[in-house]
Design a protein around this ligand. Structure first.
Ligand code: GLU
Length: 294
């Protein structure tokens, strides 16, 4: 039953997004995720990561696969879609690698730093909050979006209206994420259910085994949009989650290059088009971030 529910969540997400997530496909509102033109003769002097990509002839990108609207793998087509995936493709294209030269690796929140440190991925794009603790191990380009922690509850729930109402409630989130840390650090509740992936939390919410799922509003809005009428996002954010592209710590050359790519996309309208075709459809606000070249 649990597996079936999860499959339904994922399938519904795929259906809701199937009209918009694929490159060049018209969306409900007539927009299409822009096709990325692939840059030629790119060099990123002094970047060991870029050298490894070149030697391999393809880019390996860490992503999420169960977050509709952000990083989502359609179980029927195995295609990835969403805002994060489009950002990942944009960066790859500007490094000289088209879609056919991308390998995606789905890595959950708790595994991100180690995957980057090990060189299992060249870079990671998946609702990855920039913070000082993580910066000790890896580096970040961006931010390319700013989300905030929020709560997902059943549509008919009336008693959970914000973080201060969670006492005694069973709250679910993902291991290794900033939202679960905040719930623990702030003692918002002592009943915490923890999984690798947020879709597992949503399945538990569906079963009535937990009262709320907590993570970034952008992620929760994707689940709510995927199954219309079933859940609601409380809508009172209680943190700032600036999303960065995770990179090997000492690869400053690549970080500068990726920041240039993000800045150009903010300036030339590409960021807006990507947003409109993905996150904009589940109702996240389109506030352009300011790149932080720390
Ligand atoms: N943005 C938060 C984080 O990086 C939550 C989302 C996630 O787990 O990917 O921890």
């Amino acid at each position: 039953m649990r597996v079936r529910t999860l499959a339904m969540v994922l399938l519904a997400g795929g259906l809701a997004l199937s009209a918009c997530g694929k490159e060049g496909t018209p969306t409900d509102s007539g927009q299409a995720a822009p096709s990325q033109s692939v840059a030629a003769d790119v060099s990123v002097d002094g970047s060991p990561t870029f050298d490894a990509i070149k030697a391999r002839g393809k880019v390996v990108i860490g992503v999420k696969e169960d977050q509709p609207g952000l990083g989502y793998k359609d179980p029927t087509t195995n295609k990835y879609s969403g805002f994060d995936v489009e950002v990942a493709k944009l960066v790859a294209a500007q490094l000289g690698y088209g879609e056919d030269k991308i390998e995606y690796k789905a890595i959950p929140s708790a595994g991100r730093e180690q995957a980057i440190i090990n060189g299992d991925v060249d870079y990671y794009v998946g609702t990855y909050t920039i913070n000082d603790g993580r910066k000790e191990k890896i580096s970040f380009a961006g931010p390319y979006f700013v989300a905030g922690q929020d709560l997902l509850v059943k549509a008919d729930n009336t008693d959970i209206t914000g973080p201060e109402t969670l006492k005694g409630k069973n709250v679910c989130s993902a291991t290794g994420s900033t939202p679960i840390k905040r719930v623990k650090d702030q003692g918002l509740t002592d009943k915490i259910t923890e999984f690798q992936n947020y879709s597992q939390c949503v399945a538990k919410l569906d079963e009535g085994a937990v009262d709320a799922v907590t993570t970034d509003d952008a992620i929760l809005k994707g689940y709510a949009a995927a199954e219309e009428g079933k859940y609601k996002v409380v809508g009172k954010t209680f943190s700032e989650e600036p999303y960065g592209i995770g990179l090997p710590k000492d690869d400053k050359a690549l970080r500068d290059k990726v920041n240039d790519v993000l800045q150009a996309s903010l300036d030339d309208g590409t960021w807006q088009k990507i947003y409109d075709a993905t996150l904009g459809k589940s109702g996240s606000p389109a506030t352009k971030p300011t790149i932080d070249r720390y």
